[in-house]
Design a protein around this ligand. Structure first.
Ligand SMILES: Cc1cc2nc3c(=O)[nH]c(=O)nc-3n(C[C@H](O)[C@H](O)[C@H](O)COP(=O)(O)O)c2cc1C
Length: 410
């Protein structure tokens, strides 16, 4: 099968392949979707300042994350209901990640159980936890440890579900209902419908169904995506005590929160606005990354997601201090187009773009990339957002860069 040549073209094809309400569930953001645009704008307003006459004939984008070597500064992030995009989508994504030599993060809202994924996919698997219900969360955490997961990602930006207006308009809700409109949509996408029927029909929330701690309440909560909104610092601390392995906190946007996570014993944070699916006007993660890097200078892995569509985006995030980034929709578009092969192709494309960016930037190694390789595009954004002038921003990056130098010098 011939695949598209970039993530955006995969998105266009995914829109054709998936019924509208499924595509919109994947693609959409909260409310007016300003956050989706803001996430992209954050990357677009940074330009590269390449260094010339550097020997870049041999390049290497592998890196170390939490003590482990990964082939690229990438992870496939946690996404729920992957089985609606492709039959057994969780396994397909995990296998694509394994082939690419990077970790896969399984969502609480996955459609295969965490035990089955561990048995069938292999590779470096992380488990993402939503706290819907305390007893259920405890049971999931214990199961993940027994099944061999060694990194737990606690997502803390879903105190309640974002107002995703495409889903509201399309009547997308769990359990999936087949209204006349939805049936017509399914008929218009026979390949998707056939694959869904062949794989056993509408996928279930396998981790919850099979959990001892899953009472009726917990199931209803996950189906309506109602989280335990009382989950606070002392609960995170309790989780830290219960989970004996690496703990990462996902959904952090403030330096003080990031520092508090690390002080509490977390091994790292993921700077994320949940791909603009929660609070529409939340800040773009890239815009706060330098401050968070400075706040966590003493330690902890720093990851970022939200809006990554190109290898050059990855390099910009690394230049501002990220150790690695997570892909959300990018690999889902690949999954929609070609299952495991499609998701793997997206990873290959992003890795190739990272490699090209490194070469043209004058960096043989990923660890050579620094903030001095970036300049804000002079487009008047500084004035628009009132905070900084072009010069201030450049100075801020240079300041940040000095902070990173010691740490990265071998
Ligand atoms: C369809 C979909 C489902 C998601 N489900 C989850 C989830 O179950 N748990 C979670 O922590 N984040 C979830 N996210 C957020 C992603 O992990 C990630 O933060 C986001 O997609 C990154 O933005 P990007 O899609 O622009 O790359 C989901 C995102 C999408 C698009």
């Amino acid at each position: 099968m011939r695949f598209p040549i970039n993530v955006d073209a995969f998105r266009t094809l995914a829109r054709r392949r998936l019924p509208r309400r499924i595509f919109d569930y994947v693609d959409g953001g909260a409310e007016d979707e300003r956050g989706l645009r803001r996430n992209r704008a954050a990357f677009e307003r940074l330009a590269f300042l390449p260094q010339r006459l550097v020997d870049v004939s041999r390049r290497n984008q592998s890196t170390t994350l939490l003590g482990q070597t990964i082939a690229a500064p990438l992870l496939i992030g946690p996404t729920g209901m992957n089985g609606l995009v492709w039959p057994n989508g969780d396994i397909a994504l995990a296998r694509a990640a394994r082939r690419a030599g990077i970790p896969f993060v399984m969502s609480t809202a996955s459609n295969v159980s965490l035990e089955r994924l561990a048995g069938e996919a292999g590779g470096e698997l992380w488990y993402q936890l939503y706290v819907l219900h305390r007893d259920l969360a405890d049971s999931l955490v214990d199961r993940a440890a027994s099944a061999g997961y060694r990194t737990l990602v606690a997502t803390v930006d879903v105190t309640l579900n974002g107002k995703r207006e495409r889903d509201l308009r399309n009547g997308f809700a769990l359990p999936l209902r087949f209204t006349p409109q939805a049936c017509l949509d399914a008929l218009a996408h026979p390949r998707w419908t056939y694959a869904l029927l062949r794989s056993g029909g509408v996928p279930t929330l396998a981790n919850i169904e099979s959990s001892n701690g899953a009472g009726i309440e917990a199931r209803a909560a996950l189906l309506s995506r109602q989280m335990d909104a009382s989950f606070a610092w002392e609960d995170l601390s309790r989780l830290r005590d219960r989970w004996p392995h690496r703990l990462i906190v996902k959904g952090i946007l403030r330096p003080d929160d990031a520092l508090r996570c690390i002080e509490l014993g977390a091994d790292g944070v993921i700077v994320s606005n949940h791909g603009a699916r929660q609070l529409d006007d939340a800040v773009a993660p890239l815009d706060v990354l330098p401050e968070i890097k400075a706040a966590c200078a003493s330690g902890g892995a720093l990851m970022l997601d939200s809006g990554i569509r190109r290898g050059s985006d990855v390099v910009k995030a690394v230049a501002l201090g990220a150790d690695a980034v997570l892909l959300g929709r990018a690999t889902l578009y690949g999954l929609a187009v070609g299952g495991e092969a499609g998701a793997f192709r997206v990873l290959e494309i992003v890795q190739d773009e990272i490699d090209r960016t490194l070469a043209m930037l004058g960096c043989a190694y990923l660890s050579d990339v620094r903030a001095h390789h970036l300049r804000p595009v002079s487009s008047g954004y500084g004035a628009l957002f009132g905070g900084f002038t072009h010069g201030d921003q450049a100075e801020r990056y240079e300041h940040h860069d000095r902070g990173c130098q010691e740490e990265r010098t071998p």
